[in-house]
Design a protein. Structure first.
Length: 458
């Protein structure tokens, strides 16, 4: 039974070469489907090309593929040799893999292994989305990176602003870790390490090694043996302890405080910080050699401003999972989406908590449930509107003096407004039309026109 589906399209005139490749694929249980514009099949794409193919045309069509699905998987297969400069160009425009079919050993095996790995990562991403909630492109890319990290055995450095979910991501990496007999997940908050006891926290101590050491104690490093050690806010680790931690990572041995016995240890290290450690190295606050040891993989978590499309999704998740509120008025979600969150997801959750706790009785959560202390500053909004009008007036003057006609100016502003309204309403043309005060048909024609431009350029 054929169970490996791929869509294909080609930018080469070498029909015999394509026919031979397609025959090889069918013979190896692939179901191959010609790609048609505007189709939205969630299966991998194979792009056939040769050294004479137009990179511009390939780029335009790959953009069309990327619009048809949030996280497309695209393989570029050359019928002849692959020029080195072309490989990099293809990767830059969104292709995941590039190789030449007839000069590569076992190309079918390579293709099958890539598809199998992507299928596995997609399954794990869906698992992560249950707790690492979000559907935006930037967040799905982050989740795919988290899966790649978890399936390796490297040390991991997670960095991002406060409230972006660093500790939750660290726990999920431990959960997905491929080690069969992994042990415990041990957390050390480096901001809470006391200078006189920090060595004991990490390395443990022997009975009587210092005042009040009334019994032997195992430290975090020993407890994490054959498991995972998570060092939260590693940038706060005292410089003296950085040297001792480096030795542990290099030698895989440690001594308890007050002991002369070296003990072997093996753990996976995951570190997190909201600081730019490379800047801290320049300031002399962090060891460069330690940085290289802890950052086998580096994962940057986007802040909430970079994934605004996820705010309604996150808000609904918090309302439902924590406060059991399933009916949320659209105005509430709009209010939440238009705010900025210095504390990121943590701040959003706190705001949802205040709204949910103010809600009384049955029925949907409405804007009346928003505490007055969280209302927008309307005076500031009016000032912002006046400033925006002044900036827009200046921009229009510059464009008119630059030769832009009134009609072009109207079309440009109209297209921007339509696009932004459609994006804001997450593709709901009825809601977007209501926001703009125009008919839904106008927006349908706008979307149709945008698609035609893409198709013509392809």
């Amino acid at each position: 039974m054929k169970n490996l589906q791929i869509q294909y399209l080609f930018f080469t005139k070498n029909k015999k070469g394509i026919a031979d490749v397609l025959y090889d694929l069918e013979k190896n249980q692939f179901e191959i489907i010609p790609y048609r514009l505007s189709e939205k099949l969630q299966i991998p794409f194979v792009v056939f090309f040769d050294s004479e193919s137009s990179t511009d045309k390939m780029s335009e069509l790959i953009k069309e593929i990327q619009q048809s699905t949030i996280e497309p998987k695209i393989i570029a297969i050359s019928i002849d040799t692959v020029p080195k400069h072309l490989s990099w160009q293809l990767l830059k425009i969104g292709v995941n893999e590039v190789f030449a079919w007839f000069t590569t050993v076992n190309p079918v095996v390579i293709l099958k292994s890539r598809l199998s790995y992507w299928k596995l990562t997609d399954e794990k991403v869906r698992f992560l989305q249950k707790s690492l909630v979000g559907e935006s492109k930037v967040w799905l890319q982050t989740l795919h990176q988290i899966v790649d990290i978890a399936m390796s055995d490297s040390a991991v450095l997670i960095w991002g602003e406060s409230g972006t979910g660093k500790e939750l991501v660290a726990r999920k990496i431990h959960e997905l870790d491929k080690r069969e007999e992994k042990k415990d997940y041990i957390v050390v908050d480096c901001t809470n390490l006391m200078p006189n006891l920090s060595g004991s926290e990490l390395f443990g101590h022997e009975k009587g090694s210092f005042t009040n050491a009334i019994s032997m104690r195992e430290g975090a490093i020993e407890l994490a043996n054959n498991g995972t050690l998570f060092l939260d806010e590693l940038g706060e680790l005292p410089i003296a302890l950085q040297a001792e931690l480096l030795r542990v990572l290099q030698e895989k041995t440690f001594k308890r405080v007050g002991s002369n016995v070296w003990r072997k240890v093996n753990f996976r290290l995951i570190s997190a910080t909201n600081r730019n450690l490379e800047d801290e190295i320049k300031k002399g606050n962090f060891r460069q050699d330690l940085f290289y040891r802890i950052s086998g993989w580096t994962c940057r978590l986007p802040n909430l401003d970079e994934r605004k499309a996820d705010i309604p999704v996150l808000a609904k998740h918090f309302f439902k999972e924590i406060y059991h509120r399933t009916q949320i008025d659209e105005q509430v979600l709009e209010f939440l989406s238009l705010r900025t969150y210095q504390g990121n997801i943590r701040e959003l959750q706190q705001l949802v908590s205040r709204i949910a706790n103010k809600h009384i009785g049955e029925g949907p959560v409405t804007i009346g449930d928003i505490p007055q202390s969280d209302w927008p500053d309307f005076d500031k909004l009016h000032t912002k509107k006046a400033n925006t009008e002044n900036e827009l007036e200046q921009l229009v003057k510059e464009m008119l003096y630059g030769g832009v006609s009134l009609r072009d100016l109207k079309d440009m502003i109209g297209d921007i407004a339509k696009r932004e309204a459609i994006d804001h309403e997450r593709g709901n043309l009825r809601m977007a039309a209501q926001r703009l005060g125009c008919s839904q048909r106008i927006l349908q024609m706008h979307k149709k026109g945008s698609n035609l431009k893409i198709h013509k350029s392809a």
